[in-house]
Design a protein. Sequence first.
Length: 143
Amino acid sequence: MGIGDSRSGTGTKPGKPRAATVKTFMIAMASEVGPRLLAFNLSNVLVGRMPDNHLAINHASVSRRHATISVTTKGVVIEDLNSQNGVTVNGTAVHGKTNIRPGDIIRIGHVPLFYFGFINLQRPPEQEIVESSIQITPVVSTL
């Protein structure tokens, strides 16, 4: 699924209509075909191993219904759904709803994801080719 795909929802089941005020957030993960950048324009993303999840991760350490990532008025939160191998944010186990911030590394079972934060769909992130050097001021989450 790409950034422009129409599969969306506001509940925990895939396929429900998207709310008009949902902010789009981006995560990255490694896959068998290389790095994947995924932009979710959903208020609740169901994550798990089963193909009917919004983010279906085909890995033995991921439970069928593993976690939810939700956009709230205070930002984005992740919640473990009593999975076998748990969820961590920056190495700390998730118990209940836990806020995530740009730069956080999330583990769903043994699978790492990198959380970028909200993006503007009218000005999506662009790839930069570095051939010499580059200086960047990072956004670092404070724990």
